[in-house]
Structure formats: C-alpha cells, structure tokens
Write a protein that binds this ligand. Sequence first.
Ligand code: NDP
Length: 447
Amino acid sequence: MALTNNYLKGVYETVLKRNPNEPEFQQAVLEVLESFEPVVEQRPELEEKGIIDRIVEPERMVMFRVPWVDDNGKVQVNRGFRVQYNSAIGPYKGGLRFHPSVCASVIKFLGFEQCFKNSLTGLPMGGGKGGSDFDPKGKSDAEIMRFCQSFITELQRHIGQFTDVPAGDIGVGGREIGYMYGQYKRLNNEAVGVLTGKGLSFGGSLARTEATGYGLCYYTKEMLAYKGTSFEGKTVVISGSGNVAIYAAQKATELGAKVVTMSDSAGFIYDPNGINLDVMKDIKEVRRARIKEYADLVPGSTYTAGARPWNTVCDIALPCATQNELDENDAKALIANGCKFVAEGANMPSTPEAVAQFQANGVFFGPAKAANAGGVATSGLEMSQNSLRLSWSFEEVDERLHDIMVNIFKCCVESAEKYGHKDNLVMGANIGGFEKIADAMLAQGIV
Ligand code: NDP
C-alpha cells in the first residue's frame, strides 16, 4: 500500500528529508501513516491543526556520552539515547535497550511505535524510548554495574516519576534496572517509581517479568476466539529466547498448545515434544548461555546454526526476538507450512512485505503495538502501585493485564471496522492508538 492522501504524502516527505539514513524510523512512520488515510479523510481538523506533522516529530531527544572502566582498567565509551516522543496523554514511558545495533533510527522507531502502544493500553502514558550501543554479552557483573551507573548518572537529569519513566527492553532486565535504580536513588535521595521492572523488594510489580509474553498470548487467545478456535492442540513456533519469548512459551503451553521452536541470534532449536521450559530458563535466565546447549540436554531436539525457525510446520507463529527478523520469504514459508495466525511479541519483527503476504493469504495478523502491549501495561500498573505505596497480588495484576489485552483486541477490531477495514488489526491498532492521542493534542492547543 502506498500513500495517496496529499497531506500524509507531504508529512512523509518531510520525515524522509529530516531523517535521512534512518531506515527503521522511516519504515515505522510509513506503516503508521498508511493506516491514517481514512482517518484524515474523515477528520479535516487533523490537517488544520497539524496533528500528523506534530506527531511524527519527537518532542525531545537527548544523546550522550557514557564513559566507563572495564575490568582491565581500560576506559570504554558508549553512546546513550533517550527520545521523549509524545506526552499528550501522560509522562513519557518506554524501555531502554542495550544492544550494539542501537542508534538514533532504532530508538526513534521504537519511541514512535511506543506512543500508540501506550495509548492502546488505556493507561495515561505518553511514549518514549532509550538505550545504548553497549553490548552486555560477555561482560562481567561488575562491568554491567559500572556501565549502568554511568548511563543513569547522565540520564537521571532528564527523567522523573511525573516526567519520564524508563523500563527494560533487549539487554536490560531486572539486574540492569536494579543497578540504575540504585544509582538514581543515590543521586536524587528519593525512593520513587522512576523506573519500572524493579525488583519485588523495592517497588517492582508481581507479574511484570511475565507480562509481555503472557499478554501476547492473551491477545492471541482473543484472535483465535474471534475466528472460532483456541490454543488447545495447536503447534506454535516462537523466535527468541529472552524475556518475551520465554513467558510467551510458558503461557501458550499452559493454554494447551505445543511450542516447538525457540532461538537466539546464533540459531534455533526444534523440539517436536514441546519446549522444556525448565531447561530453557536454566540456560537463558540462570546461566545466560547459548541456546545451542538445549539440543545437548534434551533428547529428540535439534539445533540449526545460523537459521531462523520460520520454515517449521505450525498453526501459530509468535516472533519474539527483534525487528525485521521475519521477511517476505519467511512469511511465504510459514504460509506454505499451514500457519494461520501470527502475533508479534517483538517490536516490528515482520517486514512490510511479510505483513502484506500474511494479509493477502488469509493469515490473521496481530501487530506488535497491540499484541505486545502487555509489558508496558504492567509497567503502568507498577507505576500505579508505586504511587499508592501498595503491592497487588500476582493474580490481581495478571487479571488486570488480561482485561487490558482483551480491551486492546476489541479496540483494534472496532477501530478497523469504524473506518471500513474489517479484520485488519494493523489499521485497527494504529487508528485506535492514534485517535486518543490526537484528541488530547487537539484539546491542549499548539504545543
Ligand atoms: P531479551 O534481551 O530478553 O531477548 C532478546 C532475544 O532476541 C534473545 O533471544 C536474543 O538472542 C534475540 N535477538 C536479539 N537481537 C537479535 C538479532 N539481531 N537477531 C536475532 N536474534 C536476536 O529481550 P526481550 O525479550 O525483552 O525483547 C524481545 C523483543 O520484544 C524486542 O523487540 C523488544 O523490543 C520487544 N518487547 C519487549 C518487551 C519487554 O517487556 N521485555 C515489551 C514489549 C516489546 P541473543 O541472546 O543471541 O542476542
């Protein structure tokens, strides 16, 4: 689909001009603008008030030096980022990613998508994102701590519980959040919910660790139910073996499906008997080792180096690793192998060509900003608990998460239908997330 509306075309041309050499950001903006066509046709005030011109431009972006000393006493320098994208409906909120691929384009694409995702949760959270090109792989615990302390020493002046509340993402889990929270508290002398994903003993929420993976399965459960079926007896292919992938595999298994693949950046494992999650968690969460070991430990499973799992027979695919990990050929392979449902756990894992393949071939497709919103939704619940100075039980948080995912699915279906694109969850998610932000921006004037 190409842009046909002149206003949107003009906005996109400006985005290309202002953000050259930023392919991920350009890709994310184009995908969202395509969905807005029927909305701007029906709502002329959006053009009159420059809503789309403003929504594609981040409110603020900071880039900073992160110096630290490695275990050999050598000075290392990384680059840190935080984009504060849109605060129309609440304080900026979004994760921090530590990965060598982090650059302005990646952070801006993630921040832009985050705005609509956060809006879809129904909670009052604006959009932001941040991170560093630091590679945590192979670093000692002491090096991770020194890096996190240096990173947050600079970032702390830009964030705050009512301003901007970062969380984890790729390469940033409970350990890293703990180190950053400790240093923030030391510098500011206040114990507030300025970061989410904290440890349970200092303000973290039960079920936050599980939330993105569980939420993905709750959303997928609604997709399946909408088409008159369920997880029961289905074969599921998952990529990744990080936080999202592990808890998606756990919930899908609990709901009666068999998960047969998981992966890391070096290759994937196939287990026809269903992934043994105890073994997987020990490899990935405890020993932080490579997924290859799974095949040595579990009889009947196989490891394929340098490949992704998309050439596997399945009913449901849940990409949970990283952006653009599923391309047109992967989509064709999934379709040929009988896959009927795809829901994105990672952010923008499917290329636009892959999404087009799914939609043209009757695969029901759930986009990331809706399907993986459970993580940030539960971060929002962590913020609420911190403000109340209370902790809710696992069941209470999980139930709220479940309700939020059901509502997000409903919103996607209704928003798509309202603008004449029945069952197009991509349109539904973009429009549903957008309209609430647009209404807030219209009410708040030109700011
Ligand atoms: P983790 O760091 O816990 O895990 C990432 C997984 O993806 C690992 O298995 C990693 O393998 C793999 N991976 C990372 N980069 C690549 C790559 N370039 N090629 C192939 N595989 C890769 O991250 P999360 O599970 O937290 O995040 C996964 C995705 O989900 C990301 O897109 C993130 O933005 C998104 N997400 C996460 C949320 C959360 O709450 N954690 C919330 C919403 C979205 P390896 O170990 O070899 O690098």
